[in-house]
Ligand binder design. Structure first.
Ligand code: FPP
Ligand code: MG
Ligand code: MG
Length: 444
């Protein structure tokens, strides 16, 4: 933000919304206790990358370019005042004569009778907030008020998870200064994270959209599931469950259960009761990617999905936005895991070279293991013996593990860029492309 920003600069395009976002979050996290206020607002004071709210805001803006009749999926029971007949239909069948097209953007506006001839069958829908209409009409920069609020909620959930993460990772720095656990203690950092989650949930409930509430609540649960997979990466819990997009509880089809429980028993030839090296590496990668989805991509994908739902998009568009967030999120975390190997704490503003010391086998060392089966016991004992970390680092160097990790991230970046091509060309879409590309080239 120091150099003159180009018209497509992702941040500049929604800078007004980003400024309001900060103000709103401050209002949302005020409490009766001055110390809690300090801890809860601590990570918002130092500038983060704001990737998550940028995704929500820019995606909102890009979706606003799609004409309402091409995005709307709502099929509702309706009642035609003139013919006095009930019918089912999508809003594309309606005429918007007399209505400001920009203000017709939300299906909720239709529900509220911007077209005076069409009203909702009062029996078919629950009551909607009294003040919903005026709130929802306040569209700025193509972004709905509820989408602005979703951006705030997403950043609050993310920040809560960072407060907890720094406790779990024994981190000493974040965003260029002491991390919350160091500045205030573990207990206060955990409680402040919980508090942020609570306030984010209040705001989420106020969206009055149960589908979005379910999605974002599932994202919170996924963060914890991902973190557990990381802590317990030698055991696969067969009962790991999630709530799918329909809100139903389902089992996650997890990889084979071989990862990397018995990595030391690998055999290149593989016999009936011994897992082959290739199978083991393959399963470990699946486990790694699934963990990465849960801990990082879930929040990005489910907030992207929610953005499209709030815009009244059809199922196809919603799914496409979901996939965009998923691919971007996977790319983002894989790059994060790469930077842990390639850069310094000073540049990152947080610890570098930390993952091996924490016992974590991320993409670079998994690629090394592919070529060097002898790394198996080190991975299995989480690099806990003297010299393990150094051996692993050398193995990563010798096998171009970092380069291969970058290539994996680039694959997900390309998938994310392909998802964006479904959206109509617009400056917001270009800004999203820029943001997507910048994930790969970032150095912090
Ligand atoms: C950063 O990863 C951490 C996450 C992406 C998620 C952490 C989730 C939890 C701690 C579960 C608790 C969740 C909530 C909602 C309170 P990292 O440690 O690899 O990255 P870093 O280098 O930025 O620390
Ligand atoms: Mg961490
Ligand atoms: Mg962590």
């Amino acid at each position: 933000k120091t150099s003159a920003s180009s018209p497509l600069d992702p941040f500049a395009m929604v800078s007004a919304e980003m400024a309001t976002l900060g103000k709103h979050i401050s209002q949302l996290i005020g409490s009766g206790h001055p110390v809690l206020n300090r801890v809860a607002s601590y990570y918002f004071e130092a500038e983060g990358k704001n990737v998550r709210p940028l995704i929500v805001l820019l995606l909102s803006k890009a979706l606003s370019k799609i004409p309402i009749n091409e995005r709307n999926r709502i099929i509702i029971d309706q009642y035609d005042v003139n013919t006095q007949k009930e019918f089912k239909g999508t809003p594309k069948a309606f005429s918007f004569a007399g209505a400001d097209p920009l203000k017709s953007i939300s299906p909720l506006n239709i529900l509220h009778g911007i077209n005076p001839n069409i009203i909702l069958n009062p029996l078919s829908r629950p009551m909607i907030d009294q003040d919903e209409k005026s709130i929802q009409l306040d569209i700025k920069n193509g972004i709905l008020p509820k989408q602005r609020r979703l951006a705030e909620i997403t950043e609050m959930i993310h920040t809560a998870s960072l407060l907890h993460d720094d406790v779990i990772d024994f981190s000493d720095s974040r965003r260029g200064r002491e991390s919350g656990n160091i500045a205030f203690s573990n207990k206060m950092a955990i409680l402040a994270g919980d508090f942020l989650l609570g306030r984010a949930s209040v705001s989420l409930g106020r969206l009055r959209n149960s589908e979005v509430v379910e999605l974002m609540s599932t994202a919170i649960a996924n963060l914890v599931e991902g973190e557990f997979m990381q802590l317990k990466n030698t055991v696969i819990n067969p009962d790991l469950t999630t709530i799918n997009n329909d809100g139903q509880l389902k089992k996650i089809p997890l990889p084979t259960g071989k990862v990397p429980v018995k990595v030391h028993e690998y055999s290149i030839n593989g016999t009936s009761n011994i897992i082959s090296h290739n199978d083991n590496v393959e399963a470990a990668f699946q486990y790694y990617l699934h963990k990465t989805y849960l801990k990082t991509a879930s929040l990005m994908s489910k907030s992207s999905r929610s953005t499209a739902i709030l815009a009244g998009c059809n199922e196809e568009l919603i799914e496409n936005c979901y996939q965009f967030g998923r691919n971007l999120g996977l790319c983002f975390q894989i790059v994060d895991d790469m930077l842990d190997y390639t850069t310094t704490a000073e540049l990152l503003g947080k610890p570098a070279g930390a993952d091996l010391k924490l016992g974590l086998a991320t993409a670079p060392v998994l690629f090394a293991w592919k070529d060097k089966p002898e790394l198996a016991p080190l991975i299995a004992r989480k690099f806990s013996q003297n010299g393990d970390v150094e051996i692993a680092k050398i193995a990563v160097d010798e096998t171009n593990g970092v380069q291969k990790t970058l290539e994996l991230a680039i694959k997900y970046r390309d998938d994310a860029l392909n998802n964006l091509r479904v959206l109509p060309e617009s400056s917001a879409r270009s800004a999203l492309e820029l943001l997507t590309n910048s994930i790969i080239t970032r150095n912090k």
